[in-house]
Design a protein around this ligand. Sequence first.
Ligand SMILES: NC(=O)C1=CN([C@@H]2O[C@H](COP(=O)(O)OP(=O)(O)OC[C@H]3O[C@@H](n4cnc5c(N)ncnc54)[C@H](OP(=O)(O)O)[C@@H]3O)[C@@H](O)[C@H]2O)[C@@H](O)CC1
Ligand SMILES: Nc1ncnc2c1ncn2[C@@H]1O[C@H](COP(=O)(O)OP(=O)(O)O)[C@@H](O)[C@H]1O
Ligand SMILES: [K+]
Length: 514
Amino acid sequence: MKLLSAAQIRALDQATIREQRTTSTALMERAAIALAGWLYQHYTPAEAGEILLLCGPGNNGGDGLALARLLYLAGYAVRLGLLPAAKYSDDYEYNHHVLPKVIAIQELSAEKLPDIQPGTLVVDALFGTGLSRPLDGVAAAVVRHLNGSHARVVAIDLPSGLLADAPQPDPQAPVVRASHTISFGLPKLAFLLPQNADYVGEWHVVDIGLSPDFIAQADTPWHLTRLPGTGGFDAALAARQPDVALPRRGKFAYKNTFGHALLLAGSRGKVGAAVLASGACLRGGVGLLTVAVPGCGYDIIQTTRPEAMCLPDTQADFISELPDLKPYQAVGIGPGLGQEEASRAVLEKLLREAKVPLVIDADALNLLGEHRELLALLPENTVLTPHIGEFTRLTEKARDDYHRLDLLRDFVQKHKCIVILKGAYTAVAAPDGQVYFNSTGNPGMGTGGSGDVLTGLVLALRADQRLDTVLAARLAVLAHGHAGDLAARETGEAGLVASDLVQHIGPALAVLVQ
Ligand SMILES: NC(=O)C1=CN([C@@H]2O[C@H](COP(=O)(O)OP(=O)(O)OC[C@H]3O[C@@H](n4cnc5c(N)ncnc54)[C@H](OP(=O)(O)O)[C@@H]3O)[C@@H](O)[C@H]2O)[C@@H](O)CC1
Ligand SMILES: Nc1ncnc2c1ncn2[C@@H]1O[C@H](COP(=O)(O)OP(=O)(O)O)[C@@H](O)[C@H]1O
Ligand SMILES: [K+]
């Protein structure tokens, strides 16, 4: 699904109103009904206690006023804190006008801040996508007061003070720290970046019937890849066109259909990385797998991965030889490789000689970072799988998460490669500058070897002749995260280890089959 900028979201609202021959007031009512529905599901009136809704002067505040009315009518105790302004939006004015008169209203000022107890349920309807400058004055005082209160905060559309698609121009200006953020129609880019995690809290999207045609035509580099059937919002769009799908294996398919992959991995003390990556490659559906390891890894691979063929290096402790590449449809290098000069030379030779898709990870990335002249040799459509530290070694230290996305798009466009920038919401960046964030996975995957598993899975899908590079990368990342989610159901997050991911790749891929 697409992620749109604040300007596009405003245009989307307008297009929806036009196409559906409705009014902005009616759209706001839909928004308020969707918000109320979410709150009903999450808090009974008793659990909620008295709900404080803080409203700004625009349509975000209008949403808050409409929500206050609906909550009151549904039996919740509500009170309002309203930000004074020179001008209010028309729909704010309307919803202010139709408020039940019994709802208590406090005009907010820096001298008279609202009573907020720890545990008060606060709805933040101060500002949404219309934020035009950093918060100051009364708004800043209210947000600082709220953030210091330990209240439960549900933000409407965006935590107030946060921009939907850009870094804060003034890092000193306050931003609401929400426990939950309820966004309309689509998530926002800001939700996916680690620097905003403390503000956004858990985010949710509610469907308010925004124009699917406008979304389909909107031009954006940002996308979120989801599992098929992940419903709720934009369900109509998702049903029409799943984000990604794995083609079914034909009845008469043979192992050659799925390719023969070569994996170069392991060094003394790190042969486990080769075991994990090769397991993932096999479970990823590769036709044949050959694993090149240092001599010390031969018995280990032959014992733990009987399905794979093994090429032991003449060196006992590290890889020093590049096998003949002719038999293979894809080559992966890096997990546990180490950074010996001989292994660097193997990497260079591979970059010079490979005629098939490459997947580069871990120490092979560190070698590229150390010897950046090798980047010029990257064959087109090579897949690189760095975490943020490895990516920094390949580029430069980013000022913030938005700057890192700029570096990422520049890098893939310059080197005509695919970068899988790993983390929560792993970003798959394509050579045309499109970025696909991933929606699966959990913090349990922050455990040694998870990345090696991803490399093996990407390699399997790159060897599969039916898939193009970007689709293979997106599918691998989606299935890897989903395998993590399936595994964590059994082990819990803390108990998750990388081998568990390998065990769950089969079922994770199965749900992606078209
Ligand atoms: N359109 C629709 O149909 C639907 C829209 N929806 C809702 O609308 C929201 C967007 O509404 P919006 O565009 O009115 O912007 P909003 O975020 O309320 O703020 C604008 C106001 O704040 C003011 N202001 C800005 N920055 C400020 C600052 N730092 N300090 C002080 N003031 C500041 C700004 O003043 P100005 O910049 O003009 O001086 C203006 O008065 C969106 O997030 C969603 O919740 C839903 O109902 C679905 C249907
Ligand atoms: N909080 C998280 N949410 C989702 N996925 C995560 C999270 N933390 C780590 N991961 C995933 O786990 C993998 C870790 O890879 P990496 O850092 O290379 O580990 P290692 O080097 O130990 O193999 C990546 O695919 C990453 O996206
Ligand atoms: K808000």
